[in-house]
Design a binder for this molecule. Structure first.
Ligand SMILES: [Zn+2]
Length: 339
């Protein structure tokens, strides 16, 4: 559903963007800097998407309509956005339904990017793809109980994803194509040299007992704490970096990758998260880092050790990238640019 003039104006007003032109929704952009008291009430958010607010038996709020599904988690730090777990940049305010709400940066930079991608992604392309197999050479990365090495898995996975994307007509480059050590800051430079429209860094996870599933990281926006920070509140010490110019596209890419890691690969959903990893900070184009399961979890490790499952994983990542590419193409078409 596209918004009419009045709805577009409502989105513009609520998400803090310029008035729309010629009846088309203007590009709502998240504020450049976090302000601690910058909230959009959940009731108002529901109104601009034309969907009612619901509350389930557990007291959780949701905005659910024919085309929109947004559930707020109990802890106030996560949402389920069209079925995908997404961590918020700022925790919900305690009176989310009316007086307070969801942070304006999350409303504009997470929710609206998924509900109205054409308003955010029209300037992007997705023809040249850079895959970044994590670790390599003297840096082996995580080690599985079954002896699997992360650096070998990421390289094999990158090659398998590349094969699928090449069939779909994409130009694909790898930041390394053998067991060599590549510095973290060299990887974004390679992406820039290859003219990458997007970069996906591939990893497998390691943790203590109990952690399993897939998670995807995108660059934390300026002022927002990383998801793993002990204190999740916004802070001025999280200064912007140039890659923050791609916040909306970073998230859209991460969202589609995570969605397919859960749907096509069948992983437990640990959500799209925010981080300040070196490869994300220095990325010259929209970028995301995927953690494709835990080598330290017996169940994940058993699946990852199976070559058939790894093919499924490659398929999921290729699909996620192609979903993002399709979204970008439609957004370009919607703004009148060549697809
Ligand atoms: Zn890694």
């Amino acid at each position: 559903m596209r918004f009419g003039v009045s709805s577009a104006a409502a989105v513009a007003a609520l998400l803090g963007c310029a008035p729309c032109l010629r009846g088309r929704p203007a590009l709502p952009s998240a504020p450049a800097a976090f302000r601690a008291d910058d909230w959009v009430a959940v009731r108002d958010l529901a109104r601009i998407y034309g969907a009612p607010v619901r509350r389930d038996a557990g007291g959780r709020y949701a905005i659910v309509g024919p085309r929109h599904s947004l559930w707020f988690a109990d802890d106030g730090r996560r949402i389920r956005l069209q079925g995908v777990e997404v961590w918020l940049s700022a925790p919900l305010s305690s009176s989310a339904l009316s007086a307070g709400g969801i942070h304006r940066a999350d409303a504009a930079g997470l929710v609206d990017v998924v509900f109205r991608p054409w308003a955010h992604l029209g300037r992007y392309s997705a023809e040249t793809i850079v895959l970044d197999p994590g670790h390599g050479g003297r840096d082996g990365g995580a080690v599985g109980e079954n002896g699997l090495l992360e650096k070998d898995l990421t390289l094999a996975l990158a090659r398998a994803v590349r094969a699928r994307l090449a069939v779909a007509g994409c130009k694909v480059y790898l930041t390394r194509n053998d067991d060599s050590f590549v510095e973290l800051d060299e990887r974004p430079r390679i992406a820039a040299a290859k003219g990458g429209d997007l970069m996906v860094s591939l990893h497998f996870n390691a943790a203590g007992v109990g952690a399993r599933g897939a998670e995807t990281f995108v660059l934390a926006r300026a002022g927002a704490a990383p998801t793993r920070a002990p204190d999740p509140r916004p802070s001025e010490r999280y200064r912007p970096v140039p890659a923050n110019a791609h916040d909306a596209a970073n998230f859209a890419l991460g969202y589609h990758l995570q969605r397919q890691l859960v749907r096509a690969a069948g992983y437990e959903d640990r959500g799209v998260r925010h981080a300040r990893f070196a490869v994300l900070r220095a990325a010259p184009c929209p970028a995301a880092l995927v953690e494709c399961g835990f080598l330290t979890d017996p169940e994940d490790a058993r699946r990852i050790a199976d070559p058939h499952f790894r093919e499924r994983l490659a398929e999921a990542l290729a699909r996620g990238i192609l979903d993002y590419a399709m979204t970008v193409r439609r957004a370009r078409a919607a703004r009148g640019a060549p697809p």
